[in-house]
Design a protein. Sequence first.
Length: 141
Amino acid sequence: MYPEGVEILIVDHDAARRRLAETILRNEGFPVTAVSEGLAALRAIARQDFALVIAAIALPGMLDGTTTMRRARMRRPRLKVLMIAEPTQPPRWRGRDGDDAVVAPFERWELLGCVFELLQRDTAFEAIDLARRCRSVAHAS
């Protein structure tokens, strides 16, 4: 189903959304670490090798989600990243800050679909049109 020993880091300032993602992933058997801000995420990434990071784009403060992931990939270039976009602010990327995106509020199947897909990819820097691949109800209709 998924590789053994795959640990996932969740970085989200929204406590309810962070707990939801953590619960969904733990129920699937993934070991999960959850933090609420960018600096804590960078500390965790320095201590541990995560297979995937799920990060909110709109983290408050100087280290928003894209800046945090840019810095994380400086330390771990092969790190796979799933970004969580706010429904009022669809994701717009410049460069390779994330591998895929899901728009909040997300359904269990959306999150798991993105996670399983990213974990199966061979490289973190696969060329992707993220705006086209963004999972949202607005784009699906």
